[in-house]
Design a protein around this ligand. Structure first.
Ligand code: HEC
Ligand code: HEC
Ligand code: HEC
Ligand code: HEC
Length: 150
């Protein structure tokens, strides 16, 4: 786990939207003693539970996208196949059910379509990446030179 700040370097828009959303606050919803209870952490701050981290991250980037230690380098991120091999997980609407299922305390039923709109950090992030030239080099060339140095 590298933490959300590491993702912000390249996904500033996704980070900004996540930070203002409900998942970034999920750990703060818990009182201090509850932050030690695996029962609460499994939905409110799973990375903390998994990694035994001191800082509660809430429901972070890596809770949904997989631990980023190996896929976050630019050369890996730019190659989808390699990124998946290195731990990037497919975040799908189905994966929301793990926490927004029958056991969650929500009063209204979970509407996936509406919920996806409320956490949409991808539309803005894709648009920003399209216009940004901050990451030079084609993935295959960089990857090839990295894996097979001359
Ligand atoms: C060094 C820059 C960099 C860092 C750091 C980085 N990313 Fe990326 N990421 C990219 C780039 C560039 C792409 C676009 C790849 C493409 O579409 O060619 C991408 C794509 C993605 C995608 C889409 C992959 C797909 O299947 O289309 C996800 C999800 C993602 N990043 C999540 C993260 C998360 C979570 C972190 C932090 C753990 C992170 N990234 C850190 C540069 C980065
Ligand atoms: C199965 C997953 C799950 C577990 C386990 C769980 N929660 Fe939650 N919790 C949620 C979800 C999802 C929401 C948001 C519900 C909504 O608003 O639709 C939530 C909301 C909350 C809220 C309200 C937050 C706010 O900002 O209004 C509090 C407080 C809370 N939970 C405390 C706890 C405590 C304490 C525990 C452990 C005893 C716990 N939760 C266990 C999923 C869970
Ligand atoms: C609650 C789960 C969840 C959290 C937390 C989360 N994401 Fe996502 N993210 C998703 C889902 C679901 C999608 C896919 C949306 C789609 O393709 O329809 C997505 C899409 C993305 C994409 C675009 C992928 C593409 O195909 O272009 C990037 C980049 C990304 N997330 C980065 C982040 C970063 C960075 C953070 C933390 C600051 C983060 N996400 C937090 C669930 C999450
Ligand atoms: C690891 C558990 C977890 C996963 C996975 C998860 N969530 Fe959440 N979600 C939470 C918790 C916990 C809260 C409550 C945060 C708070 O208010 O303190 C929450 C809150 C929300 C809220 C705000 C609810 C409200 O009524 O205020 C939305 C919307 C939401 N999640 C959408 C999604 C979507 C869409 C996905 C799947 C892409 C997803 N979540 C996946 C744990 C999770």
């Amino acid at each position: 786990m590298v933490g959300p700040i590491a993702c912000r370097t390249c996904h500033a828009e996704a980070y900004r939207i996540w930070a203002e959303g409900p998942h970034a606050r999920a750990a703060q919803a818990l009182a201090a003693p509850q932050r030690k209870q695996p029962l609460c952490l499994q939905c409110h701050s799973r990375d903390e539970e998994r990694a035994g981290q001191a800082d509660a991250q809430g429901v972070s980037c890596e809770t949904c996208h997989g631990g980023g230690r190996y896929y976050e380098p630019a050369v890996v991120m730019r190659d989808k196949e390699l990124a998946h091999l290195f731990g990037l997980a497919d975040a799908t609407p189905q994966s929301c059910r793990v926490c927004h299922g029958g056991e969650s305390p929500s009063l209204k039923p979970f509407d996936i379509g509406e919920a996806m709109k409320r956490i949409d950090h991808w539309t803005a992030d894709r648009a920003a990446r399209k216009t940004s030239a901050s990451l030079p080099g084609s993935p295959k060339t960089l990857l090839a030179s990295w894996l097979y140095p001359r």
